[in-house]
Structures are given as structure tokens and as C-alpha cells.
Design a protein around this ligand. Structure first.
Ligand code: ATP
Length: 480
């Protein structure tokens, strides 16, 4: 039986064409990954579901697709140039680099594992204080020394000072590389929305409250990136900024946190594996923030953040650009800078969550079967069409059925090998339904439909298959 460990997930993703290490033939590139044929389907389905839920089902939300390269002042205004830092510390002996706050978190997790909850609570309190300290690097350093936290890889206790490290990748625009033309790869998609606030509002004639949504790549030079697609240096975000009248942000925050949690559940993720994490420390401009966390094989971790960001972003861009980013309310005749409630979810973390949540093995007649229990509407392949044998007119008939089903679903055709093996292969990539064409099909036009989860088979008329799949998909529920 394979357990739901990160190693097993990485191996399945590689073996079945979901996710590969980037530039693998050259030894890979740390913390970057490429999506293979099934991974890219899964990712596309997730993006479509997000876009539908956020943009197409809300009359007052529209989309943008902003450039990755932006004017460098954007990142001054947003605060990223000065403050998008992580505290790093080096093990002098192994030369390995760590995030200082994560070292302390690891230490706390170890204490909890040993049942030393009181001690863990005390260190946690100290960590929160250190992160809020004026001289945060020095406070973290002192805490690591006081707790005698050893290097996780070498076991040494020989640390450098803690230094702040900016996570933005920089490059130069144009042929001459000097400091005047330094630009950044965007570390988040949100700023592409804020700088387009005015353009979008004017052209779409939307009135507050309204939202702007975007899906796109973001880049962060993460210090520690050993967690597969959970923490990458190039990743994708799906963000929505909702502009509201000042004073109404608490209501919008409540609305969005509920809607966003419901979206994850609608993708088939088990509700018992999702929970809220309230922020202990709010950013200085935020008046509320909460994370949706999932129980990944590496522990409870953030998949999405919902943040009430006041008028900070538009206010800063108004200040730095000299442009008025105000809204005139035609009803009250008031002018104001709207407040913002943001929903920000990582696409890759969502994909990893879906795979981890679906990952399972069970036992069939003494053999172990590995399967992905994806929600049928999320599965990269919804239905596989399989002729029982590759002769007697079965492949031809199966092709016809395949071509019909392809109009409605992601469909896969496979005629090679024993049918039992083909079923197992489909189970392993999470295909919820298989349709098998046999001798009887040619006589009476019936086929066998097989359900991945129960492995039950049923004989139905071939022209009833589309409706049967739709019906079964709508009835699907996750395991408890
Ligand atoms: P963390 O504390 O885990 O680094 P964060 O709080 O910095 O995350 P945000 O800046 O709120 O993350 O980004 C919004 C979302 O983008 C996150 O909830 C996550 O899903 C995703 N995300 C952020 N950094 C990465 C990364 N390096 N790799 C993959 N996804 C990421």
C-alpha cells in the first residue's frame, strides 16, 4: 500500500505524466517544474472552474491579463522593493541555507510531536514576538541560539547572522544593463490589477462594489524550495481584487471567505482536510486576513489567502503615479478611494492539493490498486473508451462511441493490452468512468460502463452513455 507521502505523489506525477522536473535532461532546475500531458489538463480544468466561479458567474467581476514585466515604480509603490524579504540564515558547516522563521517553526513542530505542548506554545509566542520586533533578523537569530536549534541537514549548531533577502527576481530591460533600467519579474499578479483599476472601471462602466480577476505567472526567488510544486520559484496565481465602499469591507470579507472555501469543496476536496488559519500578525495596512489551509503531506499549509487590504494599494499607486485613483459614487455623490478585499489562490498548490486529496490505494482480490479519486468534473480524463479486444469490429465501433463522447468530455481511447490492465491504468490517473465495447455491443448496441470508485459495472445502451456520465458525475461525493 502506498501512503500519501510527498515522495509517492512526486513519483506518481512523474510516472503518469502529470508533472516533471524542469529541464530534467540537464539535471533539473531547483524549484521549477513542467506540467506534462495530464498535469496540463488538470491545471486547465482548475483555471476554467475558477474563472467560471469568479468572473462568469458574477456580473460585477471582469478579467484582465496584464504583462509580467511592469514599470519598476509599481514595486516601489507596492512595498515589494523595500519589504518583500524573507529572513535567511546559513549553516556554516554544510553551507545550506534556511529560512530563519521556518527553522523555528520546525523546532516547534518537533516539540509538539514529543508532547511538549507547553514548551511549544512558549516558543511560538517568542517567534511571533521576534517577527514583530523592530530588528526582526537579530531577534530571530537570538531565538535560534537560545533554543539551540540545530541544522536540520547536518545537525551542526554553527549559524551565520540572520539576513534579509529580497525575493524578487530582477533583470534589465533593453540592451544596456545599468541600474536605470532594472526591472522585476512580478512576484504576484495583484499589482497588474491595481494599475489597471482606472482603465477597467472606465471601459466597463462598473460601479462599486466590483471585482477584477486575473490568472497568471508569478516569480519568487524562494530561499528554501524543497516541497515540489508547493513552493516554486515560478508559479501561477489566480487572484481577484474586489473594490468596495470604505466601511463595507468587513461584509465583503465574510462573503468572500465563505465563497472561496465553498469553491475548494466544490472541486471535491474533503472538507475535513480544509481549515481556516487566522493571521496572528496582520500586515500594517490590512484590517483582516485569513488563510484557507489544507492538510498536505507536509502538514497544514496555506493554499489561499483572503485579505482585507483597506485603501493601501490604490492609495500608494495614486501617490507614486500622481494619478487620481478615486471613485465617484453617483448615488451618494461622494468621492473616495475604494477599499479592497483580495482572494489569492495558488494554482499549483491547488493542483497539488487535488492530487494529494485524491491519492489512494485499496485492495482488490488480494492485489493493491492505486487510484486517484478525483471529482469526475476535475479529472483530466473523464471517460476512457476501451474495445475489449482489438479485432472483430470492436475498435471501429469503439472509435464511433469515442468520437461521440469527445463532443462532451475529455475522452481517451485505448485498445492496447488486457482490459483489466487498462482499467488499472485509468484508475491510477483518476479517470472516473470507462466504457467497454464487446461482442454484445455489435449485436444489441449495449456497452459496459465501469465506475472507478466502486469498480461496479453496468450494461447500458450506447446512446445512454452521455446522460449516464453526467448523472453519475453530478451524484459523486468525496469519501468521508
Ligand atoms: P507562504 O507564506 O506559504 O510563502 P505567502 O503568504 O507568501 O505564502 P501569498 O503572497 O499570500 O503567499 O500568495 C498567494 C498564494 O500564492 C498563496 O496562498 C499560494 O497558494 C501561492 N504561492 C505563493 N508563493 C508560492 C510559491 N513559491 N509556489 C507556489 N505557490 C505559491
Amino acid at each position: 500500500m502506498s501512503e500519501t507521502t510527498l515522495d509517492n505523489i512526486v513519483s506518481l506525477c512523474k510516472r503518469r505524466g502529470f508533472i516533471f522536473p524542469s529541464s530534467e535532461i540537464y539535471g533539473g532546475l531547483a524549484a521549477t517544474y513542467d506540467y506534462g500531458p495530464l498535469g496540463v489538463e488538470l491545471k486547465r480544468i482548475v483555471k476554467d472552474r475558477w474563472w467560471k466561479a469568479m468572473v462568469q458567474r458574477h456580473e460585477n467581476i471582469v478579467g484582465v491579463d496584464a504583462a509580467i514585466l511592469m514599470h519598476p515604480t509599481v514595486w516601489k509603490a507596492s512595498g515589494h522593493v523595500d519589504a518583500f524579504n524573507d529572513p535567511l540564515i546559513d549553516d556554516k558547516q554544510s553551507k545550506m541555507r534556511y529560512r530563519a522563521d521556518q527553522l523555528v517553526e520546525g523546532h516547534i513542530a518537533k516539540l509538539r510531536k514529543k508532547g511538549k505542548d507547553d514548551e511549544a506554545d512558549r516558543v511560538y509566542g517568542d517567534l511571533v514576538a521576534a517577527l514583530q520586533a523592530e530588528d526582526m533578523p537579530a531577534a530571530l537569530h537570538a531565538l535560534i541560539l537560545r533554543e539551540e536549534i540545530k541544522s536540520p541537514d547536518s545537525g551542526a549548531f554553527d549559524w551565520t547572522e540572520v539576513r534579509q533577502f529580497n525575493l524578487m527576481f530582477s533583470t534589465h530591460i533593453g540592451p544596456v544593463s545599468d541600474s536605470d533600467n532594472k526591472i522585476y519579474l512580478r512576484p504576484e499578479t495583484a499589482q497588474g490589477i491595481f494599475v489597471n483599476f482606472h482603465n477597467v472601471r472606465e471601459t466597463s462602466r462598473l460601479q462599486v462594489p466590483f471585482g477584477i480577476a486575473q490568472i497568471g505567472k508569478a516569480f519568487r526567488n524562494e530561499i528554501v524550495a524543497r516541497q515540489f510544486v508547493f513552493r516554486m520559484r515560478e508559479f501561477e496565481q489566480m487572484e481577484m481584487q474586489y473594490f468596495v465602499k470604505p466601511g463595507t469591507q468587513a461584509e465583503a470579507f465574510e462573503e468572500w471567505r465563505e465563497k472561496r472555501m465553498a469553491w475548494h469543496v466544490s472541486n471535491g476536496v474533503r472538507a475535513s482536510r480544509l481549515r481556516w488559519h487566522e493571521h496572528e500578525k496582520l500586515a500594517h495596512y490590512a484590517d483582516a486576513a485569513v488563510d484557507i489551509t489544507y492538510e498536505y503531506p507536509i502538514g497544514w499549509q496555506e493554499v489561499e489567502g483572503i485579505h482585507s487590504r483597506t485603501d493601501y494599494d490604490l492609495g500608494r499607486h495614486a501617490e507614486f503615479s500622481g494619478k487620481k485613483l478615486e471613485y465617484f459614487d453617483p448615488q451618494t455623490q461622494e468621492k473616495y478611494i475604494p477599499f479592497v478585499v483580495e482572494t489569492s489562490v495558488g494554482l499549483d498548490r491547488t493542483v497539488l492539493m487535488l492530487i494529494a486529496d485524491a491519492f489512494d490505494t485499496d485492495e482488490v482480490n488480494g492485489d493493491s490498486r492505486s487510484l486517484l479519486r478525483f471529482h469526475p468534473e476535475v479529472a483530466p480524463i473523464r471517460v476512457a473508451v476501451l474495445p475489449l479486444v482489438k479485432k472483430d469490429g470492436m475498435p471501429e465501433r469503439a472509435r464511433q462511441i469515442h468520437d461521440e463522447l469527445q463532443q462532451h468530455f475529455n475522452t481517451f481511447y485505448d485498445e492496447k493490452g488486457a482490459v483489466g490492465r487498462r482499467y488499472r491504468r485509468m484508475d491510477e490517473v483518476g479517470t472516473p468512468y470507462c466504457v467497454t465495447i464487446d461482442g454484445q455491443t455489435l449485436e444489441d448496441g449495449t456497452v459496459t460502463v465501469r465506475d472507478r470508485d466502486s469498480m461496479e459495472q453496468e450494461r447500458i445502451a450506447e446512446d445512454a452513455v452521455t446522460a449516464w456520465i453526467r448523472d453519475a458525475s453530478a451524484r459523486w461525493t468525496p469519501r468521508p
